[in-house]
Design a protein around this ligand. Structure first.
Ligand SMILES: [Zn+2]
Ligand SMILES: [Zn+2]
Length: 338
């Protein structure tokens, strides 16, 4: 089969590799649509949990084409969204019902073979049938599942005034969850005018353009919207300079949510006195487990809308163009089609 292979940092090829074979409780799947994510760029650079060689692709919609001998409840030809997380079940966090902190956490497309290939293997219980949902909608299940976990962590109080930095695919999904999760007002701040327009169409009340290289320039404008600060400020860009301005934009007693993935060695300066004296809470949200069913339901009912989120489609051979597209300012989500 053909597969994208990251073989060393900053280098990949599209290669012919052996077809994978499913174990007794696994299925073999034929890729239909796999989303390209900022995480893929971090992985290619050798960051996050990268282990080379790697077949990336963790936002996977695929067709069941071979059932392991003990698999029940799936049929050949069925389309599924694949929960990419693999949890060991026996480490200390798993045994205390905190599987997201699994000491052996692994993920299809991050630490093991993923969806940027003709075929992949997944555990049967991680496959969620689409039941007629359009694959181009369902390909957003994984990012939405992560955003749902972020909303769980944030635990927003109804009537809150919320500021969200970032209007990429995740920002656009999170913004809608905030709207439906009881925010009285959602302000989205991001550099790209196209992305801000998409955020507005999907329900953001206010949009503010920021300069990626100097986000501090937007502080005055954001302060004018909420002179006492926002109840919750969410950093979904992964840019340390953006996180650095979050505490001062947060209302006393409010919460900063670190959602975007920064580099492992990045640091952010802020005033401990401000956190202390204004009783700010800083929370983190990483990936998800067990959120796929809710994400699929929200996509199925249309409660979470996807218009304008997928901007580009590429065949597997043009994976490099897909990666470049998501780094640009006009593209939002690129999808590699099987
Ligand atoms: Zn992703
Ligand atoms: Zn574990």
């Amino acid at each position: 089969m053909r597969a994208v292979v990251f073989d060393r940092p900053h280098h990949f090829r599209v290669l012919d590799v052996d077809d994978p074979r499913p174990g007794p409780e696994e299925v073999r799947l034929r890729s239909v649509a796999t989303g390209v994510c900022g995480t893929d760029r971090h992985l290619l650079a050798g960051g996050f949990m990268a282990r080379f060689p790697l077949i990336p692709g963790h936002e996977i919609v695929a067709e069941v084409e071979w059932l392991g001998e003990r698999v029940e409840g799936l049929t050949i030809g069925e389309l599924v969204a694949v929960d990419n997380t693999v949890l060991c079940g026996h480490c200390a966090p798993c045994r205390r019902d905190q599987p997201l902190y699994c000491e052996n956490f692994s993920s299809l497309g991050v630490t093991g073979p993923g969806g940027f290939a003709d075929l992949l293997v997944a555990r049967a219980e991680k496959c969620f049938p689409l039941d007629g949902l359009d694959p181009m909608t369902a390909v957003l299940t994984e990012p939405l599942a992560c955003a749902l976990h972020g909303a769980d962590v944030l635990a927003l109080r109804p009537g809150s005034d919320v500021l969200l930095f970032g209007a990429g695919p995740t920002g656009l999904l999170l913004a809608q969850l905030l709207v439906h999760g009881g925010a009285a007002r959602v302000t989205v701040a991001a550099p790209g005018p196209h992305k801000l327009e998409a955020a507005r169409l999907l329900g953001a009340d206010e949009t503010v353009r920021i300069d990626r290289t100097d986000p501090r320039r937007a502080v005055r404008r954001l302060r004018s919207l909420a002179p006492s600060g926002f109840d919750a400020v969410i950093e979904a860009t992964g840019v340390p300079a953006v996180l650095a301005i979050c505490p001062e934009l947060t209302r006393s007693g409010g919460t900063v949510l670190v959602y975007g993935m920064a580099g492992a060695d990045d640091t952010v300066p802020f005033s401990p006195y401000e956190i202390f004296s204004r009783e700010l809470t800083i929370k983190g949200s990483f990936a998800q487990t067990h959120c796929f069913d809710r994400a699929l339901l929200a996509l199925r009912t249309g409660r979470i809308r996807t218009e304008g989120v997928i901007t580009d489609r590429f065949p597997l051979e043009r994976f490099g163009d897909a990666l470049s597209a998501v780094a640009g300012s006009t593209s939002i989500k690129a999808v590699v089609m099987g």
